[in-house]
Write a protein that binds this ligand. Sequence first.
Ligand code: PMP
Ligand code: GLN
Length: 378
Amino acid sequence: VYSKLPNVGTTIFSVMSALANEHGAINLSQGFPNFESPQRLTDLVCDYLQKGYNQYAPMPGLPELREAIAGKINLMYGVEVDPGSEITITAGGTQALYCAIAAFVRPGDEVILLEPAYDCYRPAVEVNGGIPVIYELKAPDYKVNWDHVEALLTPATRMIIINTPNNPTGTTLQTTDLLALQHLTLGTDILVLSDEVYEHLIYDGASHQSVLRFPGLRSRSLAAYSFGKTFHNTGWKIGYCVAPPELMVEFRKVHQYNTFAVHRPTQHALADYLQDAATYQSLPDFYQQKRDLLLEVMEGSRFRALPCRGTYFCNFDYSGISDEPDRVFAHQLITEHGVAAIPVSAFYTSGRDERIIRLCFAKTEETLRAAGERLRKV
Ligand code: PMP
Ligand code: GLN
């Protein structure tokens, strides 16, 4: 009787990782690297810890780090962002997303979600009294028809949540998509929450289409980012939110009482580390090699790869192997073949099941080759 989220259970990521551990399976389910964060960055964190930077950081985050982020945004997207009023450092992308939703979604407001979607959006909307309005995208290309999105808009629409590069599909939104979204929201007071935690994980020479590049979107958008994805340390939980001053004021009202500030030594370390742009500019190549290795080791298997243009996830259609629902198949994959994957139906509210699993390739070459060997036998 007390639950505000009666339909929410344990996340699929915790469930599959626990199963993988229980059965000693190679874990390509939950998204995290199985290699270390760069040594220089870890050393910097240790230095700052030892030098005594151990009391509260300023509520919006260390000014040095926000300045370094503004520099990175300028370099990548050619836009000026004011570090004082437009950037807040958060406890990972998750807290940025939560605060953005909590700050703006009122009871009865409708929030448009494009599914399959990362799993933290819907509960955050619901716990704040919002109503998720779901638009289902379909394999293999998960293309957004913006006319269909437009048809979902009502006077109660408060927010549209987008995610590019996309978890779990590995697809990316193109300039035409963002222009369509910009056009759709023009003259409305609909906000856009743009989950861009995989901004640096984009392949084949493509460039990330951030909402920050589009003036008509930037003025109504909150964008969420994560250093965990960028520098291979998902356990550190440092991210940030970028939004225009009038939105950031409201965002900070929630952030300051939701956590106030986040881990200070890490913020100092990241501020120093970001001075060298090569630290993040090398990421597309680094991960593209891993994507290509996964595709290579899966050749000769009965799985059919779906296109992967970004993120560290690649999806595989297993309908040539089994008719079982994807949760059953993923379970069998662990217990009978020793590899853990995520069933993509977990990302649909409806449980839509297209017989597809998601594999994480943020793994060492050795792990990917070992997984391939097992999966080729399925
Ligand atoms: N959004 C997406 C799409 C993600 O995949 C993740 C991480 N799995 C997050 C947000 C959360 O990022 P963080 O771990 O920095 O909280
Ligand atoms: N984002 C990661 C994934 O998609 C998982 C994060 C988590 O476990 N909460 O696998």
